[in-house]
Design a protein around this ligand. Sequence first.
Ligand SMILES: Nc1ncnc2c1ncn2[C@@H]1O[C@H](COP(=O)(O)OP(=O)(O)OP(=O)(O)O)[C@@H](O)[C@H]1O
Length: 354
Amino acid sequence: MSAFLKLDKVSIELAGHRIVDDLSIALEPGDIGCLMGPSGCGKTTVLRAIAGFNPVSGGAISLQGSVVSSASLSLPTEQRQVGMMFQDFSLFPHLNVADNIRFGIEHLSADAQEQRIKELLQRIGLNGYQKRYPHELSGGQQQRIALARALAPKPQLMLLDEPFSSLDAELRELLAQDVRQLLKEEGITALLVTHDQQEAFAMADKAGVMYAGQLLQWNTPYELYHEPEHQLVADFIGRGVLLQGRIREHQLHCALGVIDHEILCDQDDHDVTFLVRPDDVLITDKRDAELTAIVAGRGFRGSHYLYTLELPDTSQVLAVGPSHQPLQNGAQVGIEYDFDHLVVFDSDVCELPD
Ligand SMILES: Nc1ncnc2c1ncn2[C@@H]1O[C@H](COP(=O)(O)OP(=O)(O)OP(=O)(O)O)[C@@H](O)[C@H]1O
């Protein structure tokens, strides 16, 4: 299958500064992609370039196989059939829900307009809300209407920039799942920008982490979490800690003891940094444990506790435990580890790729 959206070695310069450097991603038709990364890394700049609001200084952006942006060409935004839902895209306060959604489909017949409005309200679970005004809706309902408005003209590609950032965490995740389902039902390819991993994981088929204008990795959320290719990705995605160790004779010697793993078979002796996720560490009964740790902190997460455990050499790892009968700070516990995926990095200073 050929890519629906393709960014091929795209660089973007604004006001004489290179903001995005050599970025390549591709989305298949109907795929939902997500760009993550810390504030200021260039996510919105990429989205704006795809929409045609930012010029491209190198490389090319293609939609359905045709170049829409390059250093020598820029197709006007209105010819790209791109729907946008940006953080600051609020509803028109003086228009009711129906008229807000109608905004981008006024060229259709009155009947077709009504049918599309009804269909979208049904899909977003707000049947019968036609006559309400934005101030009569909750934050989540307003976001749904904004989405319906963006989807009404059936765009080929949907660009979403921090669309749920004004909502609380729980609602954000729920809405992210709903929006994913809606985009899938409509068969629309989409690219989302967020710094919220839960939102990204709830929505994306493919996701990437950007740092300082560079894309460090582009893959499924599962691969990003379990097999990060860069320390910065490991650090940014999910909970976990990076520990120091040394590979000697194909075994990893570290504060947890000596770890055997198939990925160490072809590794020469050297110092490494490796990733320990909470799901790699198991809390056991201390009486028959080879390795013990002290509970140095705990956070209640509803269904479970997230513990910070201090190892004998004072380095720390994270582990989860059931929410009933919580462990007290200072308690000694036994621990075991089980690395389904062992992720090791060279211990050199962490640098961005060339
Ligand atoms: N029009 C512009 N002219 C010059 N510099 C700009 C312009 N727009 C953005 N920048 C700079 O580009 C960098 C990336 O900005 P961008 O908005 O893409 O980051 P972001 O990753 O989306 O951040 P956030 O998560 O905070 O929204 C920032 O340093 C910003 O100051």
